[in-house]
Design a protein around this ligand. Structure first.
Ligand SMILES: [Ca+2]
Length: 284
């Protein structure tokens, strides 16, 4: 091989390696349909707090899970990854520590956007990783907000994830909030702990399509209330109905390669129609 051939080979090999490292699904349709408006590739050595708030405290903190203390110590950035580590560790009265970040007030989106996250998941009983978006609830009356869950997983099967579109609407009486647009899909794919996979949502008004590795896996026709959606990445421990057991491996990592947000070219982000009015509600 001549020096020139060697250089070309190396360039090709590097390109292939680079592609392999960053292999990804892309937004549906043509590239010109989308404009990248936000991304965090986690190439630094610490969490970029311009994008993310690291949560700290015992219990759910709005993320779910009843058994963990969310500790900033468990959220790190290195080698191109954001890593959330879950451990058996006593802290704040809890038996486990884990991590959670959100982009509240920092990076938000509305209907008209495509959100894609590439990640490798922790698995096992009581281990509840999630990639999701939560809307900002405004003052009553009649407010509502969307919750788009690109991925949640629990239970012993490492090939299982759940995908959900919630629309929460505030009532004037207890229980105060009711899920008026819950569409949930269960998907059984590969072992999500073995390698990286992409989880995405194309959130268009009245058409919300969820993708795993670029393939549509769940769709919802529910509307998206015009409230900014923020991005949440966390591993909670212990659903209300499932705790870790002797089969659950600790410590485990939730590795996130990137978060990318695209705006649909020519769209007018936000609400182009009023939220679907809840009907037939019975308040107990
Ligand atoms: Ca990365």
């Amino acid at each position: 091989m001549t020096a020139r051939q060697n250089r070309i080979f190396c360039l090709v090999a590097f390109c292939f390696l680079n592609f392999a490292l960053t292999a990804q699904a892309a937004p549906p349709g043509n590239a010109s349909d989308w404009t990248l408006t936000f991304s965090d590739e986690f190439n630094g050595s610490s969490v970029n707090t311009a994008n993310w708030t690291i949560s700290e405290g015992a219990g759910s903190l709005g993320y779910g899970g009843l058994l963990q203390y969310f500790s900033p110590n468990n959220v790190t950035v290195a080698n191109g990854l954001l890593t959330i580590t879950s451990k058996i560790e006593s802290m704040g009265g809890m038996a486990y520590t884990s991590g959670a970040v959100n982009s509240d007030g920092k990076q938000t989106y509305l209907a008209g956007y495509y959100l894609e996250v590439r990640a490798r998941l922790p698995v096992g009983r009581g281990m509840w990783p999630a990639i999701w978006s939560n809307g900002t609830a405004l003052a009553p009356p009649n407010n509502s907000f969307a919750e788009l869950d690109l991925m949640e997983r629990w239970g012993p099967d490492p090939t299982f994830i759940a995908i959900t579109h919630h629309t929460w609407t505030r009532l004037q009486v207890a229980p105060w909030w009711i899920d008026t647009g819950n569409i949930q899909c269960y998907y059984f794919g590969p072992d999500f702990s073995a390698d990286f996979h992409t989880f995405a949502v194309d959130a268009q008004q009245g058409s919300v399509i969820f993708y795993v590795d670029g393939v549509q896996r769940c769709a919802s026709g529910a509307s998206i209330p015009d409230r900014p959606l923020s991005i949440r990445l966390n591993t909670s421990i212990g659903l209300p109905f499932e705790s870790p057991d002797g089969t659950t491996v600790f410590p485990q990592n939730f590795d996130i390669d990137y978060v990318r947000l695209y705006e649909k070219t020519g769209s007018t982000p936000g609400d182009t129609a009023p939220p679907t009015a809840p009907t037939g509600l019975t308040v107990q």
